[in-house]
Design a protein around this ligand. Structure first.
Ligand code: SME
Length: 137
């Protein structure tokens, strides 16, 4: 049994570590499926507060990943039509799903103020982070 307070503490630490140590990670947060609803709910994050604490499945980059079960790398957010803007400073975004027992239960979402900063190294590294996260939930 993992108390959600302990889990949220650890998730917040992960956000802080990533945001502090990786210069092109400027907003780092977790979204999780909200119960059995077809929507995501914002979990621990670091960076500017966002109004988008609930995101319906299919909406925005995050909502699309909830449906596709695939990584989504966005080199230029201005080129996306299904995108939810949180801050005008954001240039790029990466979202990696988190799987528990093969089910997509949430995701890590990272915004960058640098244009086109994400490589396959970010994808492999963040997949590793998401696997570790799935083990503490
Ligand atoms: N940009 C995201 C919304 C979440 S914010 O980046 C924190 C999206 O399009 O789903």
């Amino acid at each position: 049994f993992n108390s959600s307070l302990e889990v949220n503490d650890r998730l917040l630490k992960i956000c802080e570590l990533l945001e502090t140590n990786i210069p092109h990670y400027n907003w780092v947060g977790f979204y999780f499926r909200n119960g059995n609803k077809e929507e995501l709910k914002l979990g621990p994050y670091v960076g500017e507060p966002t109004d988008h604490t609930i995101i319906p499945f299919g909406k925005g980059i995050c909502g699309q990943v909830a449906v596709s079960n695939q990584n989504f790398v966005v080199p230029d957010v201005a080129a996306q039509d299904n995108y939810i803007a949180c801050s005008i400073t954001v240039k790029a975004e990466i979202v990696i799903p988190i799987f528990v027992n093969g089910k997509n239960i949430g995701q890590i979402d990272i915004d960058s103020n640098t244009p086109d900063p994400f490589t396959e190294n970010d994808e492999r590294f963040l997949e590793f982070v998401c696997t570790k996260v799935s083990e503490i939930l």
